[in-house]
Ligand binder design. Structure first.
Ligand code: PRX
Length: 635
């Protein structure tokens, strides 16, 4: 592997080359992978349609790169180490050879059940190795996976299955998360009432929760594996995929309407996740790498599965939560497996910080070399706590900024190469051309400035479309500013040229690192029988980064406000999932609207933040007295 950057000089040279000769730059990196046929053209693009094609004409299968090619020299090296939710349950280790075998077997299960190249498969599973196996098996036969996070409701799953017209669902009887047992198959049963496209459901045994199994549709994972074994279908040749064939769909929330299916394709995504994994974390052979994300999110896709496995790394997967059985669980895992690289989220750090140092003090964390952060801005206090108490001042913290749409890390220090600074994602990775712009789209030049963060040139890991609706992709990301990808984030560039992400500038709330669209939550609240109208904003939350604050107009006064709040919360839970439940619900008589009927969210945001002295100009409001009423009844 010859794309590892080893010094700041090499970083500077790589960056410069990536801007001056991007095609040559990425072609050299791509030479490090296994291709069935090399590309005819490295890049073809325009941001107008948009059309982005990387490594055009190349043929490959990503699982040959993540599995087969490591069998020569890493067959017996652990590919996945899995730690169960319950610390007394034995952990599992899958070597590259074993993982390869299991992926091949399950690929044959998929084929045996009629899944073909291009078919969509929905995966709704707990964090067990079989989830990674299912993902890789889809990729091996060319089926497009759509993983849905275990916290989403039946309605959300149904919407996602219908949007992608999935043919199959892979799930389990249930999942363990901390003290809870999550009834995954029951949720799928509820979802499937609305989904005609699904012909087969494969159900893994995990919790032994009683579930329904429908004849002809539902099949046990274990039985299906036995079937293909009996048929002698052990090996499974990897399907030949085009560089731009769709690899997966992952739904994410935006500022309007329903979630979008972000589409990533094969070759560019593979090259980008592997390259960024290697360089950001400076992964060394035999290091144990632990990313605490769930595979239901992009971080899990890119940096538990594809990036690390493409690099032949040992990736640790954890089924549970950081606070179970106590707030020392991450540190127990680091100690038990001698973890070298730990990649987690600010929300987890803040919650563990609050639990105190008793949970850290007797743990041996000396194996740690690199710490990572992702998903939301990390506040200085959390950064310092992480640095001092976990990294013992010796481990660089890579604060990695990126998005579902970017596929991989875009701005981050490279461990031990780029000097870190608390709260700063620091510098763009090679291949990433950033621009700060003002509201009109004009570039804001120089240092010590702030603006909206755009990207001006394609990178291999970027999204290609939003599933089934290319126009929506154009509108959302490429129409705000001409010829630029707009991230939706605000950003400052300090005197050293370092970048600091300040948060979303659109109507998206980042709760515990999860993106939630205000419109989506409002739609769910408005489904509640007594609600006339609602407006949702984010407010600063000590642990979650942001919390959801809802202003709600009821059609009649509630005789038990607390109960009505719970009812509304339950409604949101049913429609989206528990992650979207508002923290605070304030009943109001009216919402601040302009004369043209637009809700002035700026004012609602200020009130939710507790900054009532500073509401700015309210003279354009239709009825300024509503603001007084909202202010006086703030919770
Ligand atoms: O606002 C940024 C924030 O998370 C958003 C992307 O969310 P999602 O697509 O769910 O992906 C999360 C994991 C990559 C961004 O638009 N964000 C992500 N990482 C950071 C961040 N904000 C500040 N600092 C970060 N390191």
């Amino acid at each position: 592997m010859n794309f590892q950057i080893k010094s700041i000089e090499e970083y500077n040279a790589a960056y410069q080359k990536s801007v001056e000769k991007p095609e040559e730059f990425w072609a050299e990196i791509a030479e490090n992978f296994q291709w069935k046929k090399k590309w005819d053209k490295v890049l073809d693009w325009n941001f107008k349609e948009p059309k982005i094609e990387w490594f055009k004409g190349a043929k490959l299968n990503i699982t040959e790169n993540c599995l087969d090619r490591h069998l020569k020299d890493k067959a017996d090296q652990p590919a996945i180490i899995w730690e169960a939710n319950d610390p007394t349950e034995h952990h599992r280790v899958l070597t590259y050879k074993q993982l390869h075998q299991k992926v091949c077997l399950f690929s044959n299960v998929l084929k045996n059940n009629g899944v073909k190249k291009g078919d969509r498969v929905c995966i709704y599973m707990p964090m067990v190795p079989e989830l990674a196996i299912a993902v890789l098996a889809c990729a091996r036969i060319g089926a497009i996976h759509s993983v849905v996070f275990g916290g989403f409701s039946a309605q959300s799953i149904a919407d996602r299955i219908n949007d992608a017209q999935c043919e199959m669902v892979i799930t389990s009887d249930g999942g363990f998360r901390g003290p809870k047992d999550i009834p995954l198959k029951n949720v799928i049963d509820d979802a499937l009432v609305q989904c005609c496209s699904v012909k087969t459901v494969i159900v893994l045994t995990r919790t032994r929760t009683p579930i329904s199994m429908i004849k002809g549709r539902d099949k046990w994972w274990e039985d299906e594996i036995k079937k293909v074994e009996t048929l002698g279908l052990i090996d499974c040749p990897a399907e030949e995929m085009d560089a731009e064939d769709e690899l997966f769909i992952l739904y994410t929330s935006g500022s309007t309407g329903k979630p979008k299916g972000v589409v990533h394709t094969t070759a560019g995504y593979m090259v980008y996740t592997a390259y960024t994994f290697q360089n950001v974390f400076q992964y060394q052979p035999n290091d144990v790498y632990f990313c605490t994300a769930d595979i239901g999110w992009i971080t899990g896709h890119s940096y538990i599965i594809y990036g690390p496995l493409a690099q032949g790394a040992t990736t640790l997967m954890f089924e549970g939560v950081p606070t179970y059985p106590d707030a020392g669980r991450f540190w127990d895992i680091v100690d038990k497996f001698k973890v070298n690289v730990l990649y987690t989220a600010p929300t987890a750090i803040r919650s563990l910080m609050q639990s105190g140092l008793d949970y850290v003090k007797d743990k041996d964390l000396s194996s740690l070399k690199v710490l990572g952060s992702v998903g939301e801005p990390i506040n200085e206090e959390a950064w310092n706590w992480y640095n001092e108490n976990i990294g013992k001042g010796k481990c660089p913290i890579v604060d990695t900024w990126w998005q579902t749409e970017t596929g991989g890390i875009m701005i981050s220090p490279l461990a031990n190469i780029i000097k870190t600074k608390p709260c700063f994602a620091t510098l763009p990775l090679p291949g990433v051309q950033l621009m700060l712009v003002d509201e009109k789209g004009d570039e804001i030049k120089g240092n010590g400035v702030s603006g909206n963060l755009c990207i001006t040139f394609p990178w291999p890991g970027m999204l290609r479309t939003t599933y089934g609706d290319h126009e929506r992709c154009r509108q959302t990301y490429f129409a705000t500013y001409e010829n630029k990808y707009f991230t939706g984030d605000g950003c400052m560039r300090d005197e050293d040229g370092y970048y600091r992400i300040t948060g979303r500038v659109d109507d998206v709330i980042n709760v515990s690192g999860h993106r939630i669209g205000t419109a989506e939550v409002e739609n769910a609240i408005n489904m509640f029988t007594d609600v006339v109208e609602s407006a949702v904003v984010g407010y600063p939350h000590e642990i979650k980064g942001q919390g959801i604050y809802a202003y709600v107009i009821l059609n009649k006064e509630s005789d038990d406000e607390e109960l009505t709040r719970k009812d509304i919360s339950m409604t949101v839970s049913r429609i989206i999932g528990a992650i979207a439940r508002p923290e605070k619900i304030q009943f109001v008589k009216g919402l601040p609207k302009t004369r043209s009927g637009k809700i002035m969210r700026r004012i609602l945001r200020k009130i939710a933040e507790g900054d009532v002295a500073n509401l700015g100009d309210t003279s354009t409001l239709l009825d300024p007295t509503v603001v007084e009423d909202i202010k006086n009844n703030k919770i």
